[in-house]
Ligand binder design. Structure first.
Ligand code: ATP
Ligand code: MG
Length: 255
């Protein structure tokens, strides 16, 4: 039992969810390590959704609502951390859901689809023979995608993506929305829209934003995207970390 007054309470609960996914066989050990790398950046960011993330979330909602063929890509960590929000988002947009794994196995695909279905997903792409199209230039199993899903998509939400794949999707001309706590990762730098935040805080906010903006006109949504600058957002995230560290250092010196 984790005491609720523990300063890292939320973070420890998230770890528990990943460990459970690991025990159930759909989170890989590398996924546990990836979470740890993310946690470190969350520490530096202050473990709260910041203004630059809200700005990216608004742009992401606009891109998803404007898309002709939006797809949400799900891996083991996403299934463990925000399965309900994936389904809610897919219904709110509406968007397709596709399982896409770096370490692909039929067993993991099935288990992730099962988790999503348990949370209300009606259909999940990218399982078994459905993942029969390939993304050129990629050598991991992640190049295998559903011909009806990511292959055809114009906008792909890739919470917790790897850098190579983000770059490959961009080269195919797709709009890529990433959620990544590390503003310096290749994923964060290569995405069209980068939400620098923890997936567990960003996903519910993205669902809210889509619901809120659902009745906006195309022109309004296009204006949101026109005024959005991902480089400025990434720079704001880095400046936030830098200012925060300076303040913390000052506080320690003066205490
Ligand atoms: P890249 O491949 O993009 O260059 P990387 O190789 O440094 O990145 P990976 O190991 O591919 O990183 O993925 C781990 C990254 O995923 C972490 O650095 C972190 O930023 C991100 N991440 C992990 N857990 C979360 C989370 N819960 N919410 C948001 N981002 C997360
Ligand atoms: Mg990587």
């Amino acid at each position: 039992m984790i005491p609720p007054n523990h300063p890292r309470y939320r973070s420890l609960l998230e770890r528990e969810r990943l460990v459970e996914g690991f025990r159930e066989g759909y989170v890989v050990p590398q996924g546990l390590i990836a979470q740890g790398r993310g946690e470190c950046f969350d520490y530096l960011l202050g473990e709260e959704t910041q203004q630059f993330a809200l700005e990216a979330i608004t742009a992401a909602a606009a891109a998803l609502l404007l898309a002709k063929h939006p797809v949400i890509s799900v891996n083991g960590n996403v299934a463990a951390l925000t399965p309900r929000e994936v389904v809610e988002l897919s219904e709110a947009v509406p968007a397709l859901i596709e399982v896409n794994l770096f370490y692909r196995s039929r067993e993991r695909e099935d288990k992730i689809a099962e988790v999503l279905k348990r949370h209300g997903a009606k259909s999940v792409l990218g399982v078994g023979d459905d993942a029969s199209c390939t993304i050129p230039e990629l050598f991991s199993e992640r190049r295998r995608v559903s011909c009806e899903g990511i292959y055809k998509a114009d906008v792909v939400l890739v919470p917790l993506e790897d850098g190579d794949r983000t770059q490959a999707l961009r080269r195919l001309g797709k709009t890529v929305i990433a959620i990544d706590l590390n503003p310096l990762s290749r994923t964060a730098q290569a995405a069209s829209i980068t939400i620098v935040d923890n997936i567990t805080r960003a996903m519910p906010r993205l669902v809210d934003a889509v619901r809120r903006m659902k009745n906006a006109s195309r022109e309004e949504l296009e204006n949101v995207l026109k005024n959005y600058d991902n480089k400025r957002v990434l720079a704001s995230a880095l400046l936030h970390i830098s200012k925060r560290i300076e303040e913390l250092a000052k506080n320690i010196r003066e205490s």
